[in-house]
Design a protein around this ligand. Structure first.
Ligand SMILES: [Zn+2]
Length: 164
C-alpha cells in the first residue's frame, strides 16, 4: 500500500506542474484584451477606426506578409506608435534589421506592451500587444541582439511611425 501511494505521488507531481503550465497562459489570455476601459471599443467601432488590413492584425491577431511593410526599411530617427491608440511603443534607436522581413526591435518603451503565450502554431510563442488598447503587435523571441537579447518581431501595419 505504501509503495502504491508513493508511486502515485511520484506520477501526480509532474503532471500537476504540466497542468499549471497549460492553464496559466490561458488565464493571462482571458484578461489581456481589455486593459483600459477607455479603449474597450466594440468590433464595429474598431472597424470604423482602422483600415481592414490593420483591423486584421490589431484586433484578430493576424500577421502581415514578410517584407510587405515599408516600415521594415524605415531607418530615420523617430518613434513607432500603436496604430490603434497612438501609444508610443518603440524608439528608432532600438530598431534593427533582423532579416525576417518584419520591423524588429530589441526593446520596447517601458510599460507600453503586455505579453501572453499563444499556441497558434502549437509550439508556445509569446504574443505581445499594446498595453493601452490591447491591439496585437507581434511576437517576442529570445534570439535578438544585445543588450537585451530580445527580438520584438512587429507587424508594420500595427505601427505608425512619427519621424523626429
Ligand atoms: Zn494601442
Amino acid at each position: 500500500m505504501n509503495q502504491f501511494l508513493s508511486r502515485r505521488t511520484f506520477i501526480l507531481i509532474p503532471s500537476m506542474s504540466i497542468l499549471q503550465f497549460i492553464f496559466k497562459p490561458m488565464r493571462v489570455l482571458a484578461s489581456s484584451l481589455s486593459p483600459n476601459e477607455n479603449w474597450n471599443l466594440s468590433k464595429q467601432e474598431w472597424k470604423n477606426k482602422l483600415s481592414p488590413e490593420s483591423y486584421y492584425i490589431l484586433r484578430e491577431e493576424g500577421t502581415e506578409r514578410a517584407f510587405s511593410s515599408p516600415l521594415n526599411n524605415e531607418k530615420r530617427k523617430g518613434v513607432f506608435h500603436c496604430a490603434g491608440c497612438d501609444l508610443p511603443l518603440f524608439l528608432s534607436e532600438t530598431k534593427y534589421d533582423s532579416g525576417t522581413g518584419w520591423p524588429s526591435f530589441w526593446e520596447s518603451i517601458q510599460s507600453s506592451i503586455d505579453t501572453k503565450v499563444d499556441f497558434k502554431l502549437i509550439v508556445p510563442r509569446t504574443e505581445y500587444h499594446c498595453s493601452r488598447c490591447g491591439g496585437h503587435q507581434g511576437h517576442v523571441f529570445n534570439d535578438g541582439p544585445q543588450p537585451t537579447g530580445k527580438r520584438y518581431c512587429n507587424n508594420g501595419l500595427a505601427l505608425r511611425f512619427v519621424p523626429q
